[in-house]
Design a protein around this ligand. Sequence first.
Ligand code: MN
Length: 191
Amino acid sequence: MTHTLPKLPYSPEALEPHISKKTIEYHYGKHHMTYVKKLNDLIPGTPFEESSLDEIVIKADGGVFNNGAQVWNHTFYWEGFSPNGGGEPEGKLKEAIEAKFGSFEKFKEEFTGAATTLFGSGWTWLVRNQDGKLEIVKTGNAGNPLRDGKTPLLTCDMWEHAFYLDYQNRKPEYLAAFWKIVDWNKVAGRL
Ligand code: MN
């Protein structure tokens, strides 16, 4: 089966000024697309010719895993944003965040701290663990919490290509911008 680059759920300039059109053109149009192309190049002759992307993320290793998980992670990242995003979660998601972290503000602080201290390239996630509780986890490189049986709810790409054009080394500014575009309805739907 051939994997494809999913359409962005908004136009390339829709997240400005938080994420620039130029970043989207490179990050989605080149990085994300290249992971899709490489995945399709690597799959023939492996046990993953008919596998879904989820199966690849959970079971593959080496280049098939690296490119497959990067496709999955980027699609999930883009889908977590909306030009009308930001604000605060409501309902069950709000309750779950308050139960685990004390308050939405404390959750944001903890997630921001995890993201800005991640060493090297990787991802910071809000997940639901096997006990149904929320957790913040970091993964290096293409890592994905599905491999540990956890359900991803929200992710922040901490590879430099995600923020360097807009914020250079100022990771806290990238995180401040990130909170202004998170689509909490989408995150709640993943819970
Ligand atoms: Mn990326």
